[in-house]
Unconditional design. Structure first.
Length: 103
């Protein structure tokens, strides 16, 4: 899994970064579904958990810098919780959103 720092200056960039992460999560889940069917496994791979946690970290940073900020529907949050609940625990590097003020 690649490590990257996301530089954020506007709420539009937050939306774009979250949309990018959601796309990567859905692609990883789709790939996982194919693998799970082949392996008869119900567990999601660790990279999906890392992507979900990266997305949640981005949201937390957005809330800290821009006040309350919510992009996902309750359905998205339920899917994320379900995915995290079925994924084995791993340690990974957390991604952080960096604003110009923090540079």
């Amino acid at each position: 899994m690649e490590t990257r720092t996301i530089h954020i200056e506007t709420s539009q960039q937050i939306e774009e970064a979250i949309a990018d992460l959601e796309t990567r999560i859905h692609r990883a889940i789709e790939g996982s579904s194919r693998e799970a069917k082949e392996k008869q496994s119900a567990h999601l791979p660790a990279n999906i958990k890392a992507l979900l946690e990266e997305k949640n970290e981005l949201r937390r940073n957005a809330e800290r810098h821009y006040g309350e900020y919510s992009m996902s529907s309750s359905t998205d949050r339920k899917e994320e919780k379900a995915a995290l609940a079925t994924t084995p625990h791993i340690e990974h590097k957390r991604q952080t959103a960096v604003t110009d003020e923090e540079k």
